[in-house]
Design a protein around this ligand. Structure first.
Ligand SMILES: [Zn+2]
Length: 165
């Protein structure tokens, strides 16, 4: 299988210790045959997104792109571990993520209202897939996540239980 040109741009702001990352899909490639690329979703990438449930982790996203009649069809398989807070004791815990999602990339002149379509300008050369991949990880999180029985941080779980009426 051919390798799709995906460029990971990593910008590090040393002072703020913020990592801004993106995964660029080159839209000017020939997608007549499916092109696949894998990339790492690192702890730093996940930690750089603020105010969300995901605190870190290590995952792999495998992106396959192929030209379809309506536009470019993307299938993104994301799997690995995500770090979240335990609902019971608030300590970090890992949850398994294994999710496959499809997206259609279409030019803006064919606008329809749909969640799984990304609209791009005809002249657009690149598309950053990181926000979509991040959403897929968050959507794949279990509704509740707690350590297996008996494996919580005991001290913290006891403290917190005092506040539960
Ligand atoms: Zn716990």
């Amino acid at each position: 299988m051919e390798s799709m040109v995906i460029r990971q741009i990593i910008t590090k702001f040393a002072a703020a210790k913020v990592y801004i990352m993106s995964v660029i899909l080159d839209l000017k490639q020939n997608f007549t045959q499916p092109l696949t690329a894998e990339y790492s979703i690192t702890d730093d990438m996940l930690a750089s997104v603020e105010n969300t449930l995901v605190k870190g982790g290590q995952l792999t996203a495998s992106v396959t792109a192929q030209q379809a009649p309506e536009g470019l069809r993307l299938t993104i398989h994301t799997a690995g571990k995500a770090v979240v807070e335990c609902d019971r004791c608030l300590d970090d815990m890992e949850v398994d993520i294994d999710t496959t999602n499809s997206l259609s990339v279409q030019t803006a002149d064919r606008f329809e209202d749909a969640d799984d379509i990304i609209y791009v300008e005809k002249s657009q050369k690149e598309l950053d897939l990181w926000p979509m991949v991040y959403d897929f990880i968050v959507l794949a999180l279990p509704v509740t996540h707690v350590h297996p029985e008996g494996q919580c941080n005991k001290e913290m779980a006891e403290k917190l239980s005092q506040y539960i009426v």
